[in-house]
Design a protein around this ligand. Sequence first.
Ligand code: BG6
Length: 289
Amino acid sequence: MQLPAGITEIPLGENGLRGLKVDTPLCSALLSFQGAHLLQFQTTDKVPLLWLSEDAIFKAGKSARGGIPLCFPWFGTPADKDKPAHGFARHRLWTLTAARRDGDIVTLELELTDDADTRKLWPHAFRARQTLVLGRNITLTLTVENRDKTPFTFTFAQHSYFPTSDILRTRVEGLEGRPYFDATQDWKILESEADGIRFSAETDRVYEGAGGHYHIVDEAAGHTIVIRSDDCKSAIVWNPWTEKSARMGDMGTDGWRGMLCVESGNTGSDAITLAAGEQRAFTLRLGNG
Ligand code: BG6
């Protein structure tokens, strides 16, 4: 495919992965074809909007730690241990189907369809399209089409990693007083703080029916990140803290202190069912406030 000015295909790491580098007067970005995974995004006048670990591993079948991996067709860890956590989409090579530039706005479209390997893990015919519009903000649209003869149900999350100058001075707004499942306490149902979420230990929360509009307030930098989606009803708030980070091995030195995930998707009771032939789009907007 002929790529417009400002979009270049490049190798990622030393293990044969490839992706796209975007440089326009509005932003610079890095995308991996594996997982249709946006790894980096930065507007030319602001701080980076996404966090990417200094120890991220670029390898086939391993999701690089940071950016926005896509969890699909399921979010979380299935009971069947032979199935990968967060689905297979983030480990698969997606096909670039469009790369456009309208003025300084770049649009990239990537697709993933079922094959013998995906059907072993999830026995459905589907097409997933990830559309990324990169300008002063990020607009991500996941479109899922049921190409089967019967309905199917899936869950997903745009697993966004955000930077913060100090997690100890970071607040998430938009989930006040809402119930959540706490993965660090055996999925106990608890109620969110009335004055925003603050972080002082490993945090791993799943909110269903959460509303889709959140702010991350970086109090140390006086900076806010804005997350908006009317289509993604679930939110996942995660920071692995010290011990889990050490076990993970790709979080970088003290990486936990400078990041958090506020993921947007539909999981649990927000799972999506598509009839045969039906398709549905889920849009998420991320920007600096
Ligand atoms: C989050 C989960 O969405 O993803 C956490 O809530 C999990 O439990 C984290 O640890 C990272 O998952 P992975 O598979 O990318 O290491």
